[in-house]
Design a protein around this ligand. Structure first.
Ligand code: ADP
Ligand code: F6P
Length: 324
């Protein structure tokens, strides 16, 4: 049997869109790796920082006071060069030059693809699910989703107050370019009248218009439509709906505020567990794995297997959102 490579020094990076809880994950990676007898280097600005050799030494103190901070202390970036074979080889060579045997990559599916390629170049890699969108197939939980839905829910409640006072229709656009999980959860939690999801693209403006007119006849003071970013066009939609219904209609695009802010307890706790697990997997000499939560348990999968999985909006939950 081949001898397992001993991992002495690891790197940690955050990649793709940031999400609340990434700092809690970084902190756990660093502290568990140190406890496991490994040395840790923080890699700034994702794969771009790896290629540019932007490193910082991480000790226990370097991650003090960050568990409650939004964003990522390491910074994040999107790096086109890393999508090329030359970019990945360069990244692996830089790891060897600096004695980095393994890397924890905190990000989404795209970042996992980079991690998968790096592992094929001989650098042990472990992925952690960091995205507010919940759109990583292998896991029921992603770092940042819980904070994002609570941020959006509170904002929608506020829009609803003013919408009700003015007897308006409000179209509120939430994040999720390809995924409607934020829209679905907030739609249910905020008691929205309509929810528009990219996965269930049956957008019919006339149906919305009829629904608004019917609700108005029944004395409803507001009409909240939660629209996922993937469908978009909230402002023009509002103009057309107002013209067709005679009901004053406004669009609110919540945007990047959903990606920031102090993480919830759940995001801090789960990110801490997952970060520690990543450090343990590297200590065991594992590579090309991702940490996930499935059916209430923390588990790990092969990245190839994880990327081949699919995830969809549960039909029951979507149908229920229309009834409630
Ligand atoms: P996310 O990780 O949130 O899905 P992206 O899809 O933007 O975000 O990916 C983040 C980064 O991961 C990219 O900028 C790139 O550096 C790297 N990446 C994405 N796809 C690949 C790929 N196919 N091969 C290598 N690296 C990739
Ligand atoms: O982090 C995920 C996400 O917020 C998506 O919902 C959104 O489409 C995307 O990131 C936008 O990211 P950026 O504008 O930074 O490319």
């Amino acid at each position: 049997m081949a001898k397992t490579k001993e991992i002495k020094t690891i790197g940690v990076l955050t990649s793709g869109g940031d999400s609340p809880g990434m700092n809690a994950a970084i902190r756990a990676v660093v502290r568990k790796a140190l406890a496991n007898g490994m040395t840790v280097k923080g890699i700034k600005k994702g794969y771009q920082g790896l290629i540019n050799e932007e490193f910082m030494d991480m000790d226990r103190h370097s991650v003090s006071e960050i568990i409650g901070l939004g964003g990522t202390i390491l910074g994040t970036a999107r790096c086109e060069e890393f999508k090329t074979p030359e970019g990945v080889q360069k990244g692996a060579e830089i790891c060897r030059k600096h004695g980095i045997d393994g890397i924890v990559v905190i990000g989404g599916d795209g970042s996992y693809r980079g991690a998968q390629k790096l592992s094929h170049e001989g650098i042990n890699t472990i992925g952690l699910p960091g995205t507010i969108d919940l759109d990583i197939s292998c896991t029921d939980y992603t770092i940042g989703f819980d904070t994002a839905i609570n941020t959006a829910m509170e904002a929608i409640d506020k829009v609803r107050d003013t919408s009700s006072s003015h007897e308006r229709c409000s179209i509120i656009e939430v994040m999720g370019r390809n995924a409607g999980f934020i829209a679905l959860w907030c739609g249910v939690a905020n008691g929205a009248e309509d929810i528009l999801l990219p996965e269930k693209y049956d957008y019919n403006e006339q149906t919305l218009i009829n629904h608004i007119i019917e609700n108005r006849k029944n004395g409803k003071k507001h009409h909240i439509i939660i629209n996922a970013e993937g469908i978009g066009h909230s402002t023009s939609m509002a103009r057309r709906i107002e013209a067709a219904t005679g009901v004053e209609t406004r669009a609110t695009i919540l945007g990047y505020m959903q990606r920031g802010g102090s993480p919830t307890c759940k995001d801090r706790y789960y990110a801490s567990i997952m970060g520690a697990m990543a450090a343990d997997l590297l200590k065991e000499g594992k590579t090309n794995r991702v940490v996930a939560q499935k059916n209430g348990e923390f588990v790990d999968f092969d990245i190839d297997e994880a990327l081949a999985m699919s995830k969809s909006i549960p039909d029951y939950e979507y149908e229920l959102s229309k009834i409630l």
